[in-house]
Design a protein around this ligand. Structure first.
Ligand code: C2E
Ligand code: MG
Ligand code: MG
Length: 535
């Protein structure tokens, strides 16, 4: 394995070793770069220090020291190196440290040469990463004022799938040509994939410029027949105050794109210091999630929140909700589910959740053969071809009928993979399962679309509950949504009912089901079993 990832043709330098003994094994390429006689190296980091470009040497030492002092599990730095050939090159250094309590045991990682890439991008004609680094390094060294925008195109993988690679490349070219024309005085760079940088000397008004960027991209999408409300995520920072070096500036503007992506409605997101801390925490959590998933889902459990009939308050079924503790602290499912969607662990995790739902079904079956268990499915699972066979196999393994299960999906990604979704719906129906549209009314929702969705149940988000409790017009509107759903033969469940007054409103609207703290909070399976058998 080591030789396959550290082959000479690869632009990476790999190492692993024992921190306590301070002995490392390095790839041939790294050995040659450092002018060493053996692949077994004592005090690797001290030996490498003279090769770090002198302006970055302090940074290098500080970076390594803080990793050890703060007992971090991952290490990441961008530094300039000056090898035997005296050429100065930017390198991305990355590693993972395994700890035994306070003791660092193993350290493995690699360095990649960031300047190995061609300097101009063949698709868009824009300069690439290394050129952007050079430009921002010059800006920060001269302490010149500049505004840097980071642009990340939204859902481009979907566009790649639907338009095909060639057409998608053409679209990229058009977007870049448009941006070049409209952003006069800016320098544009293509970073990686579909992330771009626009750099302009001086302080430019960020809201106006981000409006132009957004409009430009939206128009190009529209010409291809793609209508998108938020075609891009926009991050921004200002030089010199937001970073001390070119690399730092780039990393920070990338971080602001990353967070802008989560809330694309809010326009441009300026870099802030708390983002760095948050990112670091999330990266650690993400690693821990990977480990826990691999470790037989250690630290995870599920609870089930009863869903009752609106009229009678009788328990009809329940929704399986996941819980996770990261080193003793509970993390909200919204947070860990999103991280698992990013690191793709959600595929394995979603199967585990399904199995828990089936197990719950099996234990309720004896008491209540009509009890239904709802489970949440993330949009990524829809495109996972092994999910459907897994569901079938699991149902038959435990002798549970699909009739007792309801699959919940949120609407945000309904349009992304229509063929996959269609197939999933068809096959789930064939297994006897019902489908629910979750979180309707959270953010941007569309009534027309709602009625077209092939679902049996619509769950109104708790934001809607808050709204109808406060405003009469919202009540009227939601009442007509309930009516429209009933006409289309869909049942309605209201989430987040907390008080008697709220329940009164919901009843008057003739919603079929209610899920909320007023009746029950999420319970563990045993608690719910006791409640059902007592009822
Ligand atoms: P959701 O599917 O809409 O689940 C309902 C959420 O509303 C749950 O939050 C529940 O505890 C909360 N809730 C129910 N009644 C009330 C109430 O009266 N007041 C308030 N304030 N909250 C109420 P929870 O457990 O924090 O889950 C949040 C979201 O995380 C879920 O929203 C779901 O989208 C996601 N999630 C949870 N477990 C899983 C999972 O196993 N897989 C996937 N893909 N997503 C999951
Ligand atoms: Mg749900
Ligand atoms: Mg919901």
């Amino acid at each position: 394995f080591f030789h396959s990832v550290s082959a000479r043709e690869m632009p990476v330098y790999v190492f692993f070793g024992d921190v306590q003994e301070d002995v490392y094994y390095v790839s041939d390429k790294l050995r040659e770069e450092l002018g060493l006689s053996s692949n077994l190296v004592h005090q690797l980091f001290r030996q490498a220090e003279p090769f770090v470009y002198e302006k970055d040497r302090e940074n290098y030492k500080r970076g390594l020291l803080s990793v050890m002092e703060e007992r971090r599990e991952f290490y990441s730095q961008r530094l300039r190196f000056q090898g035997m050939d005296k050429r100065i090159r930017w390198m991305c250094c990355w590693g993972i440290i395994k700890w035994d309590g306070d003791r660092p045991l193993f350290f493995s990682g690699c360095m990649t040469d960031l300047e190995d890439e061609f300097s101009a991008d063949s698709v868009t004609g824009l300069l690439r990463y290394p050129a952007a680094v050079r430009r921002l390094t010059a800006l920060s060294e001269e302490k010149e004022q500049a505004t840097v925008f980071g642009i990340g195109l939204s859902r481009f993988s979907v566009i790649n799938d639907s338009l095909g690679r060639m057409e998608a490349d053409r679209l990229l070219r058009q977007i870049c040509a448009q941006l070049r024309e409209r952003l006069y005085g800016f320098e544009l760079y293509r970073m990686d994939g579909v992330r771009f940088l626009a750099v302009c000397p001086g302080q430019v008004p960020d809201v106006r410029i981000s409006g132009i960027i957004r409009q430009c991209i939206q128009e190009c999408y529209r010409k291809k027949g793609i209508e998108m409300k938020n075609p891009c995520a926009l991050g921004m920072l200002r030089c010199p105050e937001d970073g001390r070096s070119g690399m730092e500036l780039i990393e920070r503007v990338m971080t602001s794109i990353y967070y802008a992506k989560r809330n694309p409605e809010q326009g441009v997101l300026r870099f802030s210091w708390d983002m760095l801390e948050k990112r670091q925490k999330e990266t650690e959590m993400s690693l821990e999630l990977c480990r826990n998933v691999r470790d037989q889902f250690k630290g995870f459990r599920v609870v089930i929140q009863p869903i009752v009939e609106g009229e009678t308050g009788r328990i009809k079924g329940g929704e399986i909700l996941s819980r996770w503790e990261c080193r003793g602290t509970a993390v909200s499912p919204e947070c860990f589910i999103m991280l698992m969607e990013e690191n793709k662990q959600i595929l394995a995790f979603g199967k585990w959740v399904f199995e828990q739902a089936v197990l719950a079904c099996r234990s309720f079956m004896k008491e209540r053969p009509d009890f239904t268990v709802s489970f949440n499915v993330s949009y990524l699972q829809i495109t996972d071809s092994s999910f459907l066979p897994f569901m079938k196999e699991t149902l038959s393994r435990y002798g549970v009928s699909g009739k007792n299960l309801i699959l919940e999906l949120t609407e945000t990604h309904f349009d992304e993979a229509p063929e996959h979704l269609e197939r999933l719906v068809k096959e789930c129906r064939a297994m006897g399962m019902k489908l629910a549209l979750d979180d309707f009314g959270k953010g941007y929702s569309n009534l027309q679309m709602l009625l077209r969705y092939p679902v049996d149940l619509v769950k109104l988000d708790r934001e809607i509950m808050r709204e109808i409790a406060q405003s009469r017009t919202s009540r009227e509107l939601v009442k007509s949504i309930v009516l429209a759903c009933h006409r289309a033969d869909k049942k309605v469940c209201v989430e987040g009912v907390e008080t008697e007054t709220e329940l009164g409103i919901v009843k008057r609207m003739k919603a079929d089901y209610v899920q909320g703290y007023y009746f029950y909070r999420p319970l563990n399976t045993q608690e719910l079993l006791t409640k059902i058998s007592g009822a």
